[in-house]
Design a protein around this ligand. Structure first.
Ligand code: ATP
Ligand code: MG
Length: 420
């Protein structure tokens, strides 16, 4: 036998028994986005490498270590998108969607990062994201956060997620804080983990989310970002908190929350769960008022988030919140040779007459016992036996119920409707 070829490590197939869960999740995401009047945008999966370098930042985990980058046949450096915001801004600028306009957009699709695969962390994963452009006030931060909160409600997992909030303040305030933090950490350099030592020069804010207990101990006495907030950012943050309070959305202030991408300013937030082990962040976002201009557009305020769909599906499964799904409602079987010729036509009529009814028609010549065994295995509620002059409906799940003989397809449909 020929050697089988396997998928790339960390890139998963979503198999037929998993796809109903994904379709359910995607359906809810679409519906909730529509309820907030967000419109879908679909971007290509491949972009110029420069786009991500210029937006996410050269000294971030993503750009330094995680991107799938290659030269195409023309010698252009291309990258499989590691996230959606940069592409969304690129598309918005390119098509004039952002210039002096308000846009409420969402996207969904695969992202690619070369990370160590583990539960909740893959090399191809999927994100649902929303981006709101052209609104600078905390009301739009509140809007995207409330949208995410409504998603947890719709999925029935509000109790399993916690909203963490912080403000990265203005670029100037953050720069002053960066200097102060660096100076403080230099005095404790020998106590820091290796990664954090390296980050002192390149990206000192990332030291704040180091997992090392020694580094965390040092940070306990470090200067706090909120001590450096500028007045306008403080007011913005308080404006957001007041709106969340009024809407009844709970949150905790996490002064160490800085996010791994360079483009954020002011509000940053994450929705975190304790149900998924180390990969506990299901949704993350914030404000990125500088990015549109940085990518060549007119200065445009913006705020958004991205949600990891794999982590969301894992979380829903862990809470038994994925609705039961039947792939087959009715399994149709012909009793005689004459009936078999008529069976495809009967199945067609049945599908036409009952919108949404899932009808599987038995294919192949087998004896009745085998056909009924297939019907049972299909998971269908009913077997429909097509006979020469009438129909027999068998209840496959509830065996107590008597089989029904129906003289017409209308009578079959009527019975199915009664029992659904
Ligand atoms: P983490 O700290 O877990 O690496 P991140 O800060 O790199 O996450 P973002 O770039 O903010 O993640 O992406 C937003 C969301 O996308 C994350 O909160 C997570 O739910 C999901 N996500 C990110 N990377 C992966 C991955 N490799 N596999 C699965 N989901 C991911
Ligand atoms: Mg990451």
């Amino acid at each position: 036998m020929a050697k089988t070829i396997q998928a790339i490590r960390g890139m998963n197939d979503i198999l037929p028994d998993q796809s109903p869960a994904w379709q359910y999740v995607e359906g809810v995401l679409r519906e909730v986005a529509a309820a907030y009047t967000y419109q879908e945008i679909r971007m290509p999966m491949l972009e110029s490498t420069d786009l991500f370098k210029r937006s996410i930042g050269e000294v971030t985990d993503i750009v330094e270590k995680e991107m799938y980058t290659f030269d195409d046949r023309n010698g252009d450096s291309l990258t499989l998108r590691p996230e959606g915001t940069a592409s969304c801004v690129r598309a918005g600028n390119e098509h004039g969607l952002l210039y002096n306009q308000i846009q409420r957009l969402w996207y969904m699709g695969p992202m690619f990062r070369h990370e160590r695969p583990q539960k909740g962390r893959y090399r191809q994963f999927h994100q649902f994201g929303v981006e709101a452009f052209g609104m600078e006030g905390p009301d739009s931060d509140a809007e995207v956060i409330l949208l995410s909160a409504r998603l947890w409600q719709a999925f029935g997992i509000s109790e399993q997620v916690e909203l963490q909030l912080n403000s990265l303040a203005s670029n100037e305030a953050r720069a002053r804080y960066r200097d102060a933090l660096r100076e403080f950490l230099r005095a404790h350099e020998s106590e820091l983990d290796e990664d954090s030592k390296r980050r002192l020069d390149t990206n000192v804010l990332r030291v704040l989310d180091s997992k090392s207990p020694e580094t965390q101990a040092v940070l306990a006495n470090a200067p706090k970002l909120s001590e450096y907030w500028d007045d306008a950012s403080r007011e913005h943050f308080e404006g957001l908190c007041k709106r969340l309070d009024a809407a009844g959305v709970k949150y905790v202030l996490n002064e160490r929350l800085v996010r791994g991408l360079d483009y954020y300013n002011r509000t940053v937030f994450e929705w975190v769960t304790t149900e998924l082990g180390a990969q506990g962040t299901v949704c993350a976002g914030g404000r990125y008022d500088g990015l549109v201009e940085q990518l060549g557009g007119k200065a445009t305020p913006a705020v958004g988030f991205a949600m990891g769909i794999e982590r969301l599906v894992l979380l829903l499964a862990s809470q038994n919140k994925i609705p039961a799904h039947n792939a087959v409602d009715v399994y149709a079987i012909a009793l005689t040779e004459a009936a078999e010729l008529n069976a495809p036509a009967v199945a067609e009529k049945l599908r036409s007459q009952s919108q949404g009814l899932k009808v599987q028609l038995h294919c192949g010549q087998q004896n009745m016992k085998k056909k009924l065994a297939r019907a049972d295995k299909s998971g269908a509620e009913f077997a429909l036996i097509i006979r020469d002059n009438d129909f027999e409906l068998k209840h496959l799940r509830d065996r107590e119920q008597e089989d029904v003989i129906a003289s017409s397809l209308d009578a079959v449909v009527a019975h199915l409707t009664q029992n659904s």
